[in-house]
Design a binder for this molecule. Structure first.
Ligand SMILES: Nc1ncnc2c1ncn2[C@@H]1O[C@H](COP(=O)(O)OP(=O)(O)O)[C@@H](O)[C@H]1O
Ligand SMILES: [Mg+2]
Length: 371
């Protein structure tokens, strides 16, 4: 039962000067498809390598299936590991690559043959068993790497940017294929990626990491709908950030916020912030209503369209607010009229669709920085 638990895990490099992973607590459930996302350098690979036993933590405990594994060497952890770079043996054909684990473990021939066939059929490459890696496409090599990782019977699969080296189209196809395989085989998977849309598409739950720490864990829906901080609101999906100050309470659950440029909007109170507090409102591009000209909407802001981008399923507008130099990204639901650049517009949002956060100590820009 490979559930995975990390308790207060910490790892530093360079004699403690680089803190790669800082007091991480994490519980990945059995048979869960779990993603670890965050910008490059935030500690994802180090976390995965500690679970695999390739890197030793400075502090903390790691459990796999309720077994403390800190003292257990990698080969005894029953883990399948797939890297971004297809790490196949270049001189071995596909068959020998896939049956490498069973061969090392000296499984009897019949069992090895059966596993090799099953694994390759599973990734639809049985017909290519004689090929060597360089004769295969990137997507095929990654499918071979996947079947090799699982051939020795691992129930826990660790994936480190497994799709990072592939073309966009293949990347999208293969991510659903990997998820299906994990679910069909009842595996537990931890998938590391810096690509939040990939994590959103395949995972049951996601942990967002920044600078060695976990900021929030939740389902894709929870992270998107209820980000607990500015960084997550920005990293998962897209958000606009409006800066202001709370003027007063309004009704039971509302507050009036005076935005930079001196216009007042109503937002949802978070219960803790008081009048006078400096705040940031996060609002998703699709949460805005958009109309041409001057009109009275809820929380009206007036602006000029600077850019229009047709993106297939969406139209993306960049709107410069009149009272502020701020550019707001708006993706209204399709079906309305298509507005053009230089049009004067009004945008509005309902208070329920804004998330209010305290203004970050080091400033908004620093908070949003990826590295
Ligand atoms: N072997 C190492 N020696 C020194 N620093 C390292 C080593 N491995 C990782 N780091 C540093 O630890 C931090 C986290 O790295 P990593 O876990 O690879 O991040 P990610 O996979 O999220 O990009 C980075 O600052 C990186 O430079
Ligand atoms: Mg990495």
């Amino acid at each position: 039962m490979p559930n995975v638990k990390l308790v207060n895990v910490r790892k530093t490099f360079a004699k403690g000067r680089v803190v790669a992973v800082d007091q991480v607590n994490l519980h990945v459930h059995d048979k869960e498809y779990f993603a670890l996302v965050g910008p490059s350098g935030c500690g994802k690979t180090t976390t995965l390598r500690m679970i695999a036993g390739l890197v030793e933590p400075d502090e903390g405990q790691i459990f796999i299936g309720d077994r403390l594994v800190s003292e257990l060497p990698p080969e005894d952890r029953d883990i399948g590991y797939v890297f971004q770079q297809y790490a196949l043996f270049p001189n071995m054909d596909v068959w020998d690559n896939v049956t490498y684990g069973p061969t090392v473990k000296a499984w009897e021939d019949r069992k090895r043959e059966r596993i090799g066939r099953e694994m390759l059929q599973m990734v639809r490459l049985y017909e290519r068993a004689d090929a060597v890696p360089r004769e295969l496409s990137g997507g095929m090599m990654q499918r071979v790497a996947l079947s090799r990782a699982l051939a020795a019977g691992a129930e826990l699969l660790l994936l480190d940017e497994p799709l990072g080296a592939l073309d966009a189209k293949i990347r999208t196809e293969l991510r659903y294929e990997i998820r299906k395989l994990v679910k069909d085989l009842d595996l537990t998977a931890i998938h590391v990626t810096h690509d939040q849309s990939e994590a959103m598409a395949v995972s049951d739950r996601i942990a967002v990491m920044k600078k060695g720490r976990i900021l929030q864990v939740g389902t894709p829906h929870e992270l998107y709908m209820k980000p607990q901080g500015i960084f997550v609101a920005n990293f998962i999906g897209e958000s606009n950030f409006l800066e202001g100050r709370i003027v007063r309470k309004e009704g039971k659950a509302g507050v009036i916020v005076r935005l930079r440029g001196d216009f007042d909007v109503k937002s949802r109170s978070n219960g803790r912030l008081k009048a006078g507090a400096k705040v940031v409102l996060a609002i998703r591009p699709e949460a805005f209503e958009l109309v041409q000209g001057k009109e009275k909407l809820e929380n009206s802001l007036v602006g000029v369209i600077e850019k229009v981008r047709f993106e297939g399923t969406d139209i993306r507008y960049e709107i410069r607010l009149v009272n502020d130099e701020k550019v707001i990204v708006v993706r209204p639901s399709l079906g309305g009229e298509w507005l053009e650049e230089d049009n004067n517009v009004t945008i509005g949002f309902s208070p329920e669709k804004s998330h209010m956060f305290p203004y970050p100590e080091k400033g908004l820009r620093a908070e949003l920085e990826l590295e």
